[in-house]
Design a protein around this ligand. Structure first.
Ligand code: SAM
Length: 393
């Protein structure tokens, strides 16, 4: 039984979220940032209450499409919440008179696009997997500590239930659904690890840079990918981090300092433009981790599914093409590589883009096939896509 007091907060918060979404549509504030602000302003919610509050908010957002059909009318957040804890919540999933996108709790427009990419059966499986809680995974910074040492340290302290990730050699996954506040740990403050999904780690490791290489991370954001591949350079060569948002590069700078990585430069749009003539055709690796619909990360960001539309998809497809075109001239013509990645599941943003780029710019896929993870019953990772391209000789 959830206390009335918490139910009241859940309902109040979700009404605010719904208003924000109706008013600002795709420009609405992300739900995680709205949650942080709400909790800051509502100190009466203690730490146990907060977990219950947050977990139920996410559940309601994930399952809203389904709940809107099976909950008592008129709809209310209290009514939807009560429905989650009834038998009906499980049994109606199998009711084939309810439309597939509703049973999978996915807005129709997104579901149809997922069906175009994967077919209906797989689309349902993906949506159901994306309605689960995301695993909490960290990437160990080998400059400071090995994965084995950090696992041992945490196991000795009997601190967490953890396991090494299966595919990334640097990942550790937390196996309980407790909300661990990892940012407060001394190991985090010392730069021993960063929070990063395993699929994102694997995409970053596709940048197989070597000693002395020059790398341009063209859409660096707060540096998540660069932090992962930087140790390959062993302090040699140089990584240039560029983004159109100046403030995010300041965040990246702090993270690199903490990680003990110094062979980096931060380039705003203006400074990259000023240095352009010097830098064109100079990079062994250019990384294009482009803005996208984020449809591979719906477990973490379930609100994104309500911002999706075919128009928004077209906006991202066009933006990705123009970012790729801007970044390509920085690649060394004969030996350089460009890595294109998204956290989208959609063929329009992934394989269709790559096929188009190869044709238009005389490129080919190298390093085997493209890499793609798709959340499902058996795949706990986010959905990521990545391909390494090189000019045809
Ligand atoms: C998917 S995020 C990057 C995440 C980051 N690479 C990481 O691993 O943490 C995409 C980034 O592209 C940036 N961006 C948007 N338009 C851009 C453009 N025209 N040129 C470069 N970066 C751009 C955004 O500001 C955003 O930080």
């Amino acid at each position: 039984m959830i206390k009335k007091f918490i139910k009241g907060h859940i309902s109040k918060f979700l009404n605010l979220w719904q208003q924000e979404l109706e008013l600002k549509k795709e420009q609405a504030n992300p739900i995680d940032s709205m949650l942080r602000n709400y909790l800051k302003e509502n100190k009466a919610l203690g730490s146990n209450d907060r977990k219950l509050f947050t977990d139920n908010v996410y559940k309601l957002v994930r399952h809203k499409v389904y709940l809107d059909t099976i909950s008592p009318k008129p709809l209310s957040w209290e009514g939807r919440l009560d429905t989650i804890y009834t038998e009906k919540f499980a049994t109606q999933r199998k009711n084939t008179s309810i439309l597939p996108h509703v049973r999978a709790s996915c807005p129709k427009e997104l579901f149809d696009v997922l069906c175009d990419s994967f077919g209906e059966e797989k689309a349902i499986e993906i949506c159901m997997a994306q309605n689960l809680r995301a695993p909490l995974t960290v990437r160990v910074n080998p400059i400071k500590i090995s994965r084995e040492e950090l696992i041992q340290k945490w196991r000795d302290a009997n601190k967490f239930a953890i396991k090494p990730t299966e595919f990334s050699p640097y990942g550790i996954t937390f196996t309980t659904d407790k909300n661990e506040n990892l940012y407060e740990l001394p190991e985090f403050k010392r730069g021993y690890f960063e929070i990063q999904d395993e699929a994102s780690q694997l995409a970053a490791f596709k940048v197989k840079c070597q000693i002395g290489d020059h790398v341009l991370d063209y859409c660096a954001g707060a540096g998540g990918k660069s932090l992962a591949f930087a140790p390959y350079l062993r302090g040699t060569g140089q990584i240039y981090l560029h983004d159109t948002r100046d403030y995010i590069l300041l965040e990246a700078k702090k993270r690199f300092n903490k990680a003990g990585i110094q062979n980096v430069q931060f380039q705003t749009q203006e400074s990259l433009n000023n240095n352009k003539n010097k830098l064109l055709k100079k990079f062994d690796w250019v990384v294009c981790d482009v803005p996208c619909t984020g449809t591979g990360t719906l477990r973490r960001n379930p609100d994104l599914k309500y911002k999706f539309s075919r128009n928004r998809l077209k906006y991202f497809v066009d933006l990705q093409a123009s970012v790729f075109k801007e970044a390509l001239p920085f690649v060394k013509p004969k030996t350089g590589k460009i890595v294109y990645s998204t956290c989208s599941l959609l063929q329009e943003e992934n394989i269709f883009q790559i096929t188009k780029f190869c044709k238009e710019f005389n490129l080919e896929i190298v390093d085997g096939k493209h890499f793609q993870t798709i959340p499902s019953k058996d795949v706990e990772m986010d959905g990521f896509f990545c391909a390494v391209l090189q000019f045809k000789n």
